[in-house]
Design a protein around this ligand. Structure first.
Ligand SMILES: [Zn+2]
Length: 211
């Protein structure tokens, strides 16, 4: 517990507060019928509660969910530790990743798009802490340069995923069937991102979102 606090305290300096035994939280009153919890990426607890819910009932709700909160924090701690073991990415690192990505993308995208018979618009490369790629209704594509630190099949999966949005702007069964046609092991690649993606994103410090 001590170690966990030590790690997370560092990440929380900007807010100037941290939890005692995990039970402090930010209370957000809103027009909902039941209370809900959220552990932020920095480990802080947020509680959304109905306007008239008594404070004691909210505290009870938080306590009743202590095990869930601890699990979320343990997961975050693992991510934070792995990211700090791997080391923060400097601005120069990010620039280099983005440059490398801009070099490899055109050929890869052209090949996949051609095999699917779809076109696409502008392609941009960014360093983001929230997403791996996106595709607008106009077909403009955006990719996260951190994918250059993932296995190449994972990068290819993200390119395929976004290009499949040229056919389906949703995640329907048909969309996934298209993805699978181009990437038989897409489930494994999705899983890789789920398991390792947060660590990659954590290695980027806030404010460095543009490369
Ligand atoms: Zn998608």
């Amino acid at each position: 517990m001590i170690a966990r606090r030590g790690i997370l305290v560092k990440l929380h300096l900007t807010r100037g507060i941290w939890y005692n035994a995990g039970m402090e939280y930010t209370l957000i009153r809103c027009s909902r019928k039941t209370a809900a919890l959220r552990v932020t990426p920095g480990g802080w607890l947020e509680v959304r509660a109905p306007r008239l819910m008594p404070k004691a009932a909210i505290d009870g709700f938080v306590e009743a969910n202590a095990a869930w909160i601890a699990r979320q924090r343990a997961k975050l701690e693992k991510v934070h530790r792995a990211a700090s073991d791997a080391g923060a990415l400097t601005e120069a690192d990010i620039k280099e990743l983005a440059e490398r990505m801009r070099k490899v993308l055109p050929q890869k995208l052209a090949r996949i798009a051609e095999s699917m018979g779809v076109g696409y618009g502008r392609v941009s490369v960014r360093c983001q802490r929230s997403k791996w790629g996106s595709c607008t209704a106009e077909g403009n594509l955006n990719f996260n340069c951190l994918l250059m630190l993932a296995p190449e099949e994972v990068l290819d999966y993200v390119l395929i995923h976004e290009l499949c949005h040229r056919r389906h702007m949703d995640h329907s069964k048909e969309f996934w069937a298209d993805v699978e046609r181009l990437d038989r092991n897409y489930r494994e690649h999705k899983k890789w991102l789920r398991e390792n993606g947060a660590v990659l994103m954590r290695r980027v410090h806030k404010g460095e979102n543009n490369a």
